[in-house]
Design a protein around this ligand. Structure first.
Ligand SMILES: [Zn+2]
Length: 74
């Protein structure tokens, strides 16, 4: 099997392409799978999406200052 992004040959157990770093997708893209990825990345317990939104509303100066200083994840 080859990478769909850069066409480099993939090994069977690789989860990511060694050439481009793209995620290896073995399943068909379905609405159910897209919804699951959206739900886990935006609505999941371990995400910082709503925390960052709240901080941007109440302390935008602090968030921007930390972002410009290089902080990407706490
Ligand atoms: Zn690739």
């Amino acid at each position: 099997m080859n990478c769909r992004n850069c066409a480099q040959e993939l090994r069977e157990l690789n989860l990511f392409c060694a050439g481009c770093g793209g995620k290896v997708v073995t399943d068909r893209v379905l609405v159910r799978i897209l919804w699951t990825e959206f739900a886990t990345s935006i609505l999941g317990w371990d995400n910082k999406y709503f925390f960052t939104l709240r901080m941007m509303l109440f302390r935008p100066k602090q968030v921007l200052k930390e972002y410009l200083a290089g902080t990407r994840k706490k």
